[in-house]
Design a protein around this ligand. Structure first.
Ligand SMILES: [Zn+2]
Length: 456
């Protein structure tokens, strides 16, 4: 009797399988390569393989479907340390599809592509996972119940509006310095990081919004690096947070800035812009060139996309200014303009918020307290929310909510109306009517009151 070696046997099985399933592939091995900014997962396949992929959240997962394929290796012993991957699971679907589920610690961006054989490897399917939640993701607390509910609401619904929050300076670049408190100088980089974190909290609390921190610790990020991170997060808005100094310590007041193509609208603007822009020299990066595009083309692109997002930038800035004015002294009655490099983010509407002058002793004393920092964050978040509700972005959760509100039927209460009568008239129930209008069982109908009639 002839004994075939095992390897040959499996090759045989493999060949037979391919013969019967056109395009079928075996996953012979799975390899993982974690790097600081990205993780590469490689599937060694017996043949070129097609795929479909999608993500699921809460918990975060990347799902990969391969037609008529089989996993011929164990993924149990893979070491995922230093990667966003928690586990890899697989299942054979009834339609002979192989489903691979990559459980993730946090949200990622992914790119999947096939590679032909080379000297070392055969056919491969490569999954590149890049960090979506920029740094500090592991430090963030587990999602609250509220966030979980928020995510549930968003299932099968529309996308979130993503706000990139950019606390200025950091690391070697402390930004402006204020007076000393308990022997230590109050530093802009610390104040704006605290405000930025509160702002993220406030934004994540608003359904349909998502806050992403561009800097989440005490380290330096180049000005270009900041906008790049915002682009990577597919941000709808970029908000840079500062608390600067002026040569004259009596200068005071918070301000909101948008980009000016023609120069600053005031001496203050020129001064601040010059200070903010020189911050980048510390990081060793100069100029405004985009990394991968020809300089000329880049300038044109920058120009085009800037005019496009200019009106949004100004709209958001006005809305933030209005809300900040309710809780802080403002430097000017209107939004100001200057040539901040950090605001030159192609395609992303951008605003810069000066939360106050850290060089002014009175404002510094306020800016160092968490109560004031939170209040400031709340005002900025409210400004953002109000703008996007008034100007909803297509295909977002907010757009859906606004559309639903527009289509709502309303009824004005007249003398003699009862809740049960109105419910009957509109073919709904008293409890639904109460719920739609935030009424308790003790609430009394008022003549002239506008009632929202629930759909259905
Ligand atoms: Zn600053």
């Amino acid at each position: 009797m002839i004994r075939l070696p095992n390897a040959l046997l499996s090759l045989f099985a493999c060949l037979c399988l391919s013969a019967f399933n056109a395009g079928a592939a075996d996953i012979k091995n799975v390899r993982i390569w974690p790097a600081p900014d990205s993780t590469r997962v490689v599937l060694d396949t017996s043949d070129p393989v097609t795929h479909t992929a999608f993500t699921l959240n809460n918990p975060e997962r990347l799902v990969l479907d391969l037609p008529a394929s089989r996993l011929q290796t164990s993924v149990a012993k893979l070491n995922f340390k230093g990667s966003p991957v928690d586990t890899i699971r697989s299942s054979q679907r009834p339609d002979n599809k192989l489903r691979i589920v990559i459980d993730l610690h946090h949200k990622v961006n992914f790119k999947i592509f096939a590679l032909p054989p080379n000297d070392a490897y055969g056919h491969r399917l490569v999954i590149d996972l890049t960090n979506y939640q920029i740094e500090g993701a592991k430090l963030s607390s587990p999602p609250s119940q509220q966030q979980a509910i928020k995510s549930l609401e968003l299932v099968n619904s529309q996308r979130n509006i993503v706000i990139a929050i950019d606390p200025g300076h950091g690391g070697d670049d402390p930004g402006a310095s204020g007076p000393r408190f308990n022997g230590k100088y109050l530093r802009e980089k610390h104040v704006v990081l605290a405000i930025g974190k509160y702002l993220q909290e406030e934004i994540n609390r608003m359904p349909g919004f998502e806050g992403v921190l561009v800097r989440s610790g005490d380290y330096y990020v180049s000005l270009r690096g900041r906008t790049k991170k915002a682009r990577q997060a597919s941000a709808d808005l970029f908000v840079s947070v500062h608390a600067d100094a002026f040569k004259n310590s009596s200068a005071r007041g918070a301000s909101v800035w948008t980009l000016s193509k023609r120069g600053a609208s005031s001496e203050m603007g020129r001064w601040l812009a010059q200070k903010e822009n020189t911050a980048d020299l510390i990081g060793g990066i100069g100029g405004v060139s985009l990394d991968d595009k020809e300089e000329d083309l880049a300038k044109t692109l920058l120009d085009l996309s800037m005019t496009h997002s200019q009106s949004t930038s100004l709209g958001v800035a006005k809305s933030i200014h209005k809300n900040m004015a309710k809780m802080a002294r403002m430097h000017k009655k209107q939004v100001e303009r200057a040539g901040f490099v950090v605001l030159k983010s192609p395609g992303i509407p951008s605003v810069l918020v000066e939360t106050g002058f850290i060089s002014n002793p009175g404002e510094a004393a306020k800016l160092r307290t968490s109560a004031y920092q939170r209040k400031m964050a709340k005002a900025v978040a409210t400004g953002i929310r109000q703008y996007f509700y008034a100007n909803p972005v297509a295909n977002t959760y907010i757009a859906t909510v606004v559309e639903a509100k527009r289509n709502q039927v309303k009824y004005k209460v007249v003398r003699g109306d009862t809740l049960s009568e109105i419910a009957q008239r509109y073919n709904t129930s008293i409890s639904k009517l109460r719920a739609a209008n935030g009424m308790s069982s003790k609430s009394i109908l008022q003549i002239g009151q506008q009632l929202v009639i629930p759909a259905g």
